[in-house]
Write a protein that binds this ligand. Structure first.
Ligand SMILES: [Zn+2]
Length: 74
């Protein structure tokens, strides 16, 4: 069961979320927003400046760049 780190696109709150199934939808614990940016934990990649679009292929496909569309989840 992988634990992913997400950042809320609304309030920039970062939190970890345990994904139990591929259909599991995390939401921000602060504002309940479900539009989240998936962060890569345990990997030399930080997206604080938002310029790492082509760096992490596992963060999502080029269509959504957030790991949260049907074509980048299996
Ligand atoms: Zn939020």
């Amino acid at each position: 069961m992988p634990i992913f780190e997400f950042e809320c696109t609304k309030c920039a709150r970062k939190f970890e979320y345990l994904v139990r199934s591929s259909g599991d939808k995390p939401e921000c614990p602060k504002c309940a927003n479900t539009k989240l940016k998936k962060l890569i934990s345990g990997f030399a990649f930080t997206s604080k400046d938002g310029s790492g679009a082509t760096t992490a292929s596992s963060a999502g496909c080029s269509g959504c760049s957030g790991g949260d569309c049907s074509s980048c989840r299996h």
